[in-house]
Write a protein that binds this ligand. Sequence first.
Ligand SMILES: [Fe+2]
Length: 321
Amino acid sequence: MVKPSNRQPTHHHDCPIPPQLTTPSVANKLPPRTTTLPRSKRLAKTANTRYKVLMKILFLGDVAAAPGRKALSQFLPALRQKHALDVVIANGENAANGRGITLETANEIFAAGVDVITLGDHTFDQKGTEELLANSPKIIRPANYPSGTVGRGATTHTLSNGKKITVINLQGRVFINQQTDCPFQLSKRLMEEHILGQTCDALVIDIHAEATSEKTCLAHLWDGKATLVIGTHTHIPTADARIQPAGTAYQTDAGMCGDYQSSLGMSFASVLPNFFTRGRHAFQPATGEATLSGVIVEAGQGGLAEKIQPLRHGGVLQPTE
Ligand SMILES: [Fe+2]
């Protein structure tokens, strides 16, 4: 007599259990499944894998008024050394009194150790910007401004070791009411002109935009074709720094280099009345200590990103180091 517990399942015409549920699973006989992990996960799994850093890039978000410029001068030289940075890019569209940029403020930013300045919707808020853009190849405005606009939307910076980094500036159209061409259509054309590993060793896109959806979609479009796509304009750093599946690093917004005890770099006292009443309310820049906010990206051979880490230094935001 066979004990019930040792009985093998049997099937016959009146068995209530369908045979397919009691026979050994066919899945066990299939070869093991291979999964393609996102690049970031693959890197995490092989944390000890060493890669050669081709270029170490710091991108800093919108430098807001005097506090932002002061923090750059104060902190950037030491940060450049500490992190062995090869190149520093900063968005400077709020450098002069919170709106636009001037020759003096641009020079202050360059003197602090920035190599390339990008801009955005406040590009033309100060007098003399046309002349500044015409004469400064390392200051770029959004590439999707209508043709005929003064200045350039991309620039290439050559490091002392001969490696080249191209920086492109784009401006979003969602919730920004300015006449600009489509940044997506233009990106398709720019991809044919600026090719990672051929025309440049690293490629950074600053997408100056309000909507997270627009920035994320542009980052996806450029995935595998740029070292870094970084958002600017909202002045608040987002917590989504990552390397996308095809190797392009991304963070939706770099944050600002400015006084965070303020409304995006403008004093609460000057901004709050605007929320209470309609009227002619002039915004005044905040004056407190600034936090430098941005990302450090390591480009590997071929120019794709191997690592992205946020950087926050000084002021009131939680520091990253
Ligand atoms: Fe902006």
